[in-house]
Design a protein around this ligand. Structure first.
Ligand code: SF4
Length: 323
């Protein structure tokens, strides 16, 4: 395999069927499952490298080259560019340099960051996030105990420090600050916990609160999501007028080519489990072709099918990817 083919498989995935962003082209500069947390609901499986240390896992230039090539061919099928990973994107040390270069070269695409927010106490991380149009950090817990049970943090990561980082970033950042909260049944969904969480959120003051739940196969198979009516009931407790329950993804149109379909399926579902229909929708391929490819990919051991919440999901092997 050529050097360029290796890089294509490593840096870009999707466009992903994001329920909140539309067709989101994922930019992933983190080795698989390298994260400061090991959330029980993680769609990408358990964290294999739990760390707080930022590193230049890859140089920015090949990422830019890959992005240039992809958008030249498939730009019409992309709504936003999103830093996201089967890990924590702010662990990438040259993040500010890469984000600035992307904004200068592709100003027409909103640049979004999905982060667990646990490194925002670091002024360098907050500075690196300034070029982004929207940053979506997470806060699922109102106390250290729930944080430990739900997010299983790195041993040196203190809950109060994470809260301080979320507040400091609100002061520094002028872009769209959305706070994501994932609710898991029996873990952080009690009325008492939700009340305390809502007070913390008010203290941070994000532009929007996005309430989410477990809708794809999680790292811990016993974890369950909430029903839609339970999510709506929880939303009432959070700041009025800026809280939304994340709805289902609806693709506007798919024009992407079916080139390299098996590789693109794997690149997509190893970061985010998708149903065959979602996969077909996002990759611009007939569902029959996706299902044909899935048969071969299953035989080769490159993906598996898992049932969750009444649906069948295609899930990739995250494995490890050396920098
Ligand atoms: S959900 Fe995000 S923050 Fe949590 S373990 Fe997975 S990649 Fe890390």
């Amino acid at each position: 395999m050529s050097r360029r083919e290796v890089k294509h498989a490593g840096f870009l995935f999707g466009p992903v069927p994001s329920r909140r962003l539309g067709r989101s082209l994922g930019i992933d500069v983190i080795p698989a499952k390298t994260c400061s947390l090991d959330c029980i609901y993680c769609e990408s499986g358990s964290t294999t490298h739990l760390t707080l240390r930022r590193r230049a896992f890859f140089a920015p230039d090949p990422v830019m080259a890959e992005l240039e090539a992809f958008l030249r061919r498939h730009g019409a099928a992309v709504d936003v560019l999103t830093f996201s990973a089967a890990g924590e994107p702010t662990l990438y040390q040259p993040l500010g340099e890469l984000a600035g270069a992307i904004k200068r070269r592709f100003p027409e695409f909103p640049l979004v960051m999905l982060t667990n927010g646990t490194l925002l106490w670091d002024p360098a991380v907050r500075r690196d996030l300034l070029p982004f149009d929207r940053v979506i950090p997470s806060l699922d817990a109102a106390d250290e105990e729930t944080f430990a049970r739900l997010n299983r943090p790195h041993p040196r990561l203190e809950f109060q420090r994470v809260l301080e980082g979320l507040r400091a970033f609100r002061r520094d950042y002028g872009g769209q600050y959305h706070l994501e909260i994932v609710l898991a049944r029996g873990v952080n969904d009690s009325p008492e916990h939700l009340h305390r969480l809502a007070r913390l959120v008010e203290g941070i003051g994000p532009d929007r609160v996005e309430l989410n739940t477990v809708v794809r196969p999680p790292a811990d198979p016993v974890v369950q999501g909430l029903e839609p009516h339970e999510m709506e009931r929880a939303a009432v407790l959070f700041p009025a007028g800026c809280t939304e329950v994340i709805g289902s993804f609806r693709s506007r149109q798919t024009e992407s080519s079916c080139d390299d379909l098996p590789d693109r399926i794997v690149a997509l579902v190893r970061r985010r489990p998708c149903t065959p229909e979602e996969t077909a929708d996002v990759l611009g391929a007939p569902v029959e072709r996706v299902l044909q490819a899935v048969v071969d990919l299953e035989r080769e051991g490159r993906l598996v099918r898992r049932r969750f919440h009444g649906g069948e999901f295609l899930c990739g092997e995250t494995g490890t990817r050396d920098p």
